[in-house]
Design a protein around this ligand. Structure first.
Ligand SMILES: [Zn+2]
Length: 356
């Protein structure tokens, strides 16, 4: 399996073509083990769907072979002790290699499986996931429980924050720059708005996995000359809300604040992604936590992720969707690595969990 992982890391899959090459490599590997699978294509992106077993429930293993851009030397995997360095080693070719290996192991026992196990290998997670994971869900290839093999140190990320893009337009009154008291400065209004935003009730909401939502002032646009008081300032926020929070309430509170500064001010919601709200009483989470504790000889840890992954597409259909994968560090950074021992344990956990 580690050989398979090294081969995967060596494929420069930080482009569309590269990611498709990595996908074809996975398909060849499955062929070489006589594992029946489909290679599907959508908008130029390839993906794999394989399924085995029978029974009333379906578990999906989802892994992506595309990676964020890396230096050329990062596509040369290097092993030092328990660490395997390379772009995508942790995020998430280790997850993919372990899923392929676990699938191979249970493939020969597929007649005995009491549930269906589906393997999805996809190629556009790092650029949004819509074309492959999104597509698979759209054509009905989903399940009751989904494991995305993102690096989580063998902890179960059962929730992730939702996303709300909020666009705020603050209006002022133009005046000559030499007599600013005759106008109202829209940039200063935006500054005031931003400060007061942090005191709104929605910023204090928590649940067992999160202490508060994340708020990022992402864009600002205003002013084009020195000698004028700017009369309009547009700001945009990336808000990651806590599962259970309603985005409508956030917009309502922001609108009230903006209009208390100037009744003409406008707050508009942009893109939205629901939060992942899997809970610890989910039966699959419980069985997976049990197997994880057995294999790692440590109590299983459940937590909530701040960012979003391909889990979001599957969760839309009502499936329990979690991120769960091996240990590593510095993914998206120059020193990305994965711990080889955790990849072995991860494959063992998936195998045992499938055979439950
Ligand atoms: Zn990833």
């Amino acid at each position: 399996m580690i050989e398979l992982l090294k081969n995967l890391v060596a494929i420069k899959s930080d482009t569309e073509e590269g990611a498709n090459d990595a996908l074809r490599f996975c398909s060849k590997w499955l062929d070489s083990h006589e594992i029946t699978h489909e290679v599907l294509e959508n908008e130029g992106r390839l993906m794999i769907h394989a399924e085995i077993g029978q029974g009333p429930t379906t578990i999906v293993w989802n892994g992506h072979v595309d990676v964020v851009p890396g230096k050329i030397e990062q596509f040369n995997p290097i092993i030092e002790g328990d660490r395997l360095y390379g772009r995508g080693s942790a995020d998430m070719k280790a997850g993919v290699a372990a899923m392929m290996e676990a699938f191979r192991r249970i493939y020969s026992a597929r007649e005995q499986l009491k549930q269906r196990i589906v393997l999805h290998i996809v190629t556009d997670e790092e650029t949004g996931g819509r074309k492959t994971s999104g597509h698979l869900v759209e054509i009905g290839r989903t399940g009751d429980f989904v494991i995305c093999g993102e690096p989580t140190h063998l902890k179960l990320s059962v929730q992730s924050k939702g996303i709300l893009h909020a666009n705020v337009t603050l209006f002022g009154k133009a005046a000559h720059g030499s007599r600013p008291w005759e106008g109202t400065n829209a940039i200063e209004a935006a500054y005031k708005f931003n400060e007061q935003l942090k005191t709104l009730p929605f910023t204090k909401v928590s649940n067992p996995y999160y202490e508060y939502p994340s708020i990022n002032l992402a864009k600002i646009q205003a002013g084009d000359r020195y000698n004028m008081v700017p009369d309009q300032c547009d700001v945009a926020y990336d808000i990651r809300f806590v599962p259970g929070q309603k985005w409508e309430e956030i917009i309502e509170q922001m609108t009230e604040l903006a209009q208390s500064i100037n009744p003409a001010n406008i707050v508009k919601p942009g893109g939205k992604t629901p939060a992942i709200t899997t809970t610890e009483d989910n039966a699959f989470v419980q069985s997976l936590a049990g197997v994880t504790a057995e294999v790692t000889q440590k109590d299983a840890v459940l937590f909530g992720q701040h960012g979003a992954a391909d889990t979001r597409y599957y969760a839309k259909t009502g499936a329990g969707a979690i991120e769960f994968g091996p240990s590593g560090d510095d993914w998206h950074g120059p020193g990305e690595y994965v711990l080889i021992s955790s990849v072995e344990q991860y494959a063992d956990i998936l195998t045992k969990h499938a055979l439950v």
